[in-house]
Design a protein around this ligand. Structure first.
Ligand SMILES: *[C@@H]1O[C@H](CO)[C@@H](O)[C@H](O)[C@H]1NC(C)=O
Ligand SMILES: *[C@@H]1O[C@H](CO)[C@@H](O)[C@H](O)[C@H]1NC(C)=O
Ligand SMILES: *[C@@H]1O[C@H](CO)[C@@H](O)[C@H](O)[C@H]1NC(C)=O
Ligand SMILES: *[C@@H]1O[C@H](CO)[C@@H](O)[C@H](O)[C@H]1NC(C)=O
Ligand SMILES: *[C@@H]1O[C@H](CO)[C@@H](O)[C@H](O)[C@H]1NC(C)=O
Length: 146
């Protein structure tokens, strides 16, 4: 089998495998989590630590879109090699949308920095602490990731 035929077979198979692993749940509960607001926090404790190391992000602030970062159930607890590690998401809530870089596992909600959350809900005095938003996995380049 020559290389051309082989790659024609491999590409669709890879695409299918990727799609099955991604499992983006939408709509999903979204909550603020202040751990993601700390630009100096080390990336060593998040699920995607090894992927972040590869892009030289040693602290949260090194992630191109910080503070638009967070954690999602679409990254498994043991998902350091998951294709969703360091992925870009379009999060939509009542007419607002923003791009979030997912770097961590969270159990049952998508958690994002407080500042990203405030931007999404149009910061008000009585902010909700939990919303339901639509999320869509989009090309990494929208988040400035290669
Ligand atoms: C990683 O998490 C452990 C346990 O929660 C904590 O003690 C440690 O300080 C954290 N390390 C970094 C670099 O954040
Ligand atoms: C990470 O840093 C190393 C050493 O400075 C550099 O050689 C490499 O190109 C950098 N990688 C990326 C993805 O920026
Ligand atoms: C990750 O954990 C899940 C659930 O516990 C398990 O089904 C899966 O096989 C694990 N994957 C790896 C790569 O360890
Ligand atoms: C993100 O979602 C908004 C609202 O649905 C949409 O208008 C926009 O085109 C989306 N952007 C991308 C890159 O998917
Ligand atoms: C936030 O404000 C903009 C502009 O007024 C509006 O289009 C959008 O629907 C508002 N979104 C929310 C979540 O309040």
């Amino acid at each position: 089998m020559n290389f051309f035929v082989l790659s024609c077979l491999l590409v669709p198979l890879t695409a299918i495998t990727r799609a099955q692993n991604l499992n983006p749940i939408s709509p999903i509960s979204v909550a603020p989590n202040s751990i993601y607001d700390d630009s100096s926090a080390s990336t060593t404790n998040v699920t995607c630590a090894s992927s972040l190391e590869r892009i030289n992000a040693t602290s949260f602030g090194d992630v191109q879109r910080w503070p638009f970062i967070g954690g999602t159930p679409a990254i498994a607890a043991n998902g350091s090699n998951s294709p969703t590690c360091v992925s870009c998401w379009n999060m939509t809530f009542e007419g607002n949308f923003e791009f979030i870089v997912a770097i961590n596992h969270e159990v049952d909600s998508f958690q994002i920095s407080q500042s990203a959350f405030k931007a999404l809900v149009n910061e008000t005095e009585n902010e909700p602490s939990l919303i339901t938003a639509n999320v869509q996995l989009i090309d990494n380049r929208f988040c400035g990731l290669l």
